[in-house]
Design a protein. Structure first.
Length: 80
């Protein structure tokens, strides 16, 4: 993972851990947002809003196609 992508990953992970009240270490690339972190559609939408306010371009992120943290990272990094 290159430095820019790694920095992005840390920022997204930090926002997610703050949002859910969990440790960043509990979020791995293959962590399922819905199954492992128990995020429902409302919490996923709320989280995308937080990412948007943090400066990420979330307009083209299709949460129906995002299953894991890695999927989210790839989706966000492809729109920067």
């Amino acid at each position: 993972m290159d430095t820019e992508l790694n920095n992005m990953s840390v920022k997204i992970k930090r926002e997610l851990s703050d949002f859910l009240g969990i440790d960043m270490e509990d979020i791995e690339q293959e962590t399922s947002l819905r199954e492992d972190l128990h995020m429902d559609p409302t919490s996923l939408t709320d989280y995308l809003e937080i990412l948007s306010k943090a400066g990420f371009d979330t307009d083209k992120v299709d949460m129906a196609e995002v299953e894991t943290f890695e999927d989210l990272l790839e989706s966000l990094s492809s729109h920067t």
